[in-house]
Design a protein around this ligand. Structure first.
Ligand code: PLP
Length: 419
């Protein structure tokens, strides 16, 4: 969990008081600190590139706001995209296609055609995808996603690398996949795996690289194929809880690059951090609209629910919360922070010790830059909220609030029902 400064009992984000931002833009609102985003990118880029050339492919499914993509484009990032929509969004944000790597699962022919038109490298997930792509074009920079048999993640729903996963080509068949690609006329360049999301230990990554290096050796021995790059996927976790240790990215980079440099001729690495780059850059500000004390429990009712931030309900994820306008006040009792969605599973935080709340207080939900806004919905006919960028004391709108027209826009009522 990231620490924030305070001034006169007020939480400060990117040089601005949280309540000033909320008063100006309304709530709920996602607030991203530009400097923090840049720092996170530079830290992981520096950690790996101190040892060997490494492309940092920002996994843009974590947060695909175009202003944030612009910032990372300026920083020199590459992109991990998992849909044609993400590919085209990143091209719109100024990324050249060769800086984007597409990794999909259950990819349709229609999507493959769009990717070929867009000119992006494709990371193949299955034999079926390989053959269907070959029927469209073999003039595509190609790599393969292997299921390494190593999984890690903060929740069962986000472990992707374990045996039996729907993702990737099973390790037993990966050499055959490369062979078939070469027979079809492709020149495969790289090998990729992604173990899962939000793990906090170095060991799964070490296991993963060991396995990938064995595949690299097999490809050389059996096919005479020398790969250009090894892509270790994403999944670097962040500490969401107070006093939780942070993954030491410099140590991770030192160990992984030493393995690669020591055991292979691979000259270039890729890593695909999503959460690590963007998560702690962003705070969700939500207004307390209702305080309810019952015999069993006390509730802080706020204007954001799982329509705005899904992770607590969906993954039982912990997000730290604070009352932004009572930042240094003593905590007095336990509260659940709950939203306006009509389901009992609608909560942002449970059993948190907080200062005495009142209607009108501003609740800050920490570490919401990754898998926050992008997973929001219009459930209960609630328009999606604004996003704001703050930088050294200045705030700018980077996404307008939706309105009801956005909810109604694509619906079609047959004429006969209007009579
Ligand atoms: C989701 C995803 C990532 C990023 O995961 P994080 O946990 O956000 O780092 C990287 N690569 C692929 C293929 C993914 O699907």
């Amino acid at each position: 969990m990231r620490d924030f400064q305070s001034e006169n009992g007020e939480m400060i984000i990117g040089g601005m008081a949280a309540s000033e931002i909320a008063d100006r833009f309304g709530t709920p609102v996602y607030v991203t600190d530009e400097q923090r985003l840049r720092d996170n990118y530079r830290r992981i880029h520096g950690a790996f590139n101190a040892h060997m050339p490494t492309d940092i492919h920002y996994a843009c499914k974590a947060n695909s706001n175009i202003a944030l993509l612009r910032i990372l484009e300026q920083e020199g990032a590459c992109i991990d995209a998992v849909s044609l929509g993400e590919v085209l969004t990143c091209i719109k944000a100024g990324f050249s296609p060769d800086r984007i790597l597409y990794t999909g699962v259950n990819v349709s022919d229609e999507e493959l055609e769009g990717l070929v038109d867009a000119g992006v490298p494709i990371n193949i997930d299955s034999f079926s995808e390989l053959r269907r792509l070959a029927a469209i074009s073999v003039d595509v920079p190609l790599s393969f996603r292997v299921t390494p048999g190593v999984g890690s993640g903060h929740h069962q729903k986000v472990i992707t690398g374990a045996k039996g996963s729907k993702f990737g080509i099973p390790i037993e068949e990966i050499v055959d996949a490369f062979r078939e690609a070469m027979d079809l006329g492709f020149r495969p360049r790289g090998l990729h795996a992604h173990i899962g999301s939000g793990g906090q230990s170095v060991e799964p990554f070490i296991d993963l690289v060991g396995i990938l290096l064995q595949v690299v050796e097999d490809l050389e021995d059996e096919l005479g194929l020398e790969l250009e790059f090894l892509d270790m996927g994403g999944g670097i976790g962040i500490p969401y809880r107070p006093n939780e240790p942070e993954m030491d990215v410099e140590e991770l980079a030192a160990q992984l690059t030493a393995m690669v440099l020591g055991d292979s001729k691979i000259k270039r690495l890729a890593v695909e951090p999503g959460r690590y780059v963007v998560c702690d850059s962003t705070v969700l500000l939500t207004r307390c609209v209702d305080v309810k004390r019952t015999e069993q429990k006390s509730f802080i009712g706020v204007d954001a629910g799982f329509n705005t931030l899904l992770r607590p309900s969906f993954y039982d994820a912990y997000h730290h919360v604070a009352i932004a306008n009572k930042f240094n006040k003593a905590c007095e009792a336990r509260y659940d922070v709950v939203g306006p969605i009509c389901e009992s599973g609608d909560f942002l935080a449970r059993d948190r010790v907080l200062p005495e709340p009142e209607e009108g207080d501003l609740v800050a939900v920490y570490d919401t830059g990754a898998y926050g806004f992008v997973m929001s919905s219009q459930y209960n006919s609630r328009p999606r909220c604004r996003e704001v960028l703050v930088n050294e004391g200045e705030a700018e709108l980077i996404r307008e609030k939706e309105d009801l027209e956005d909810i109604w826009r694509h619906q079609v009522v047959p004429e006969r029902l209007m009579r």
